[in-house]
Design a binder for this molecule. Structure first.
Ligand SMILES: O=C(CO)[C@H](O)[C@H](O)COP(=O)(O)O
Ligand SMILES: [Co+2]
Length: 215
């Protein structure tokens, strides 16, 4: 079954505990935690103190998407604060292989991601090492942008490559996911859908969870 990972970027932070309880009740799979440093991306979001508090109130899988320069500086800290999956951008470090090793040494799941302008072939040297590949379908930094349709080819490429090489990383898609674009992602071979503005635009969270799963 398709996994659903609401992006907390679009939740109501004045009611974070209640939001998490409602997400648990809706049966979502991951909490997607978007960390922006104001340098790798033009925006600043939230970081370690909020993650540590989130960890105290839920057992849901916390999926940290690090949009920060030289993420290796913070991998241990994000592991200790409670991430279950730590995903780093290939464009943010000259040492992507080392960064992935560093994540695995913490005992957490390692993810790698790429901007829309980066070709998927650049991931080939590390695909054997990762637990998850995140395909960005918007330029990172902001919620509420439109899905870039041509990124579906990257999802398809990764799904084919995974089958041909008998690998088992998850394929997650992030940016502009809604009812229509989720169908494109499912068709191309995605396993996990991140959704922020579309998801939290609903009154009840069971509805977008079911719709995005294609139920
Ligand atoms: O990584 C991200 C932005 O950089 C967010 O996860 C993503 O944009 C989710 O928001 P939306 O579903 O509104 O596009
Ligand atoms: Co994200």
């Amino acid at each position: 079954m398709m996994k659903i990972a609401p992006s907390l970027l679009s939740c109501d932070f004045t009611e974070l505990k209640e939001e998490v309880r409602r997400l648990e009740e809706a049966g979502v799979d991951y909490l997607h935690f978007d960390v922006m440093d104001g340098r790798f991306v033009p925006n600043i979001s939230f970081g370690l103190p909020i993650l540590a508090q989130l960890r105290e109130i839920t057992e849901l899988t916390i999926d940290s998407h690090l949009m920060i320069e030289e993420p290796e500086r913070y991998i241990e800290a994000f592991a200790e604060a409670g991430s279950d999956i730590i995903t780093v951008h290939i464009e943010a470090t000259c040492h992507i292989h080392r960064a992935i090793q560093q994540i695995k040494q913490t005992g957490k799941k390692a993810g790698v991601t790429l901007n829309p302008g980066t070709s998927v072939e650049q991931l080939l040297p590390v695909l054997q090492e990762v637990d998850l590949v995140l395909v960005m379908t918007v330029n990172p930094g902001f919620g509420g942008q439109s899905f870039i349709g041509s990124m579906a080819d990257k999802i398809q490429f990764l799904a084919d490559y995974r089958m041909q090489h008998r690998l088992d990383f998850e394929i997650e898609v992030d940016g502009g996911v809604n009812e229509q674009t989720a169908a494109v992602c499912r068709q191309a071979g995605a396993d996990v859908l991140v959704a922020g503005s579309y998801f939290f635009g609903h009154e009840d969270y069971q509805t977008p969870t079911s719709i995005l799963r294609g139920e």
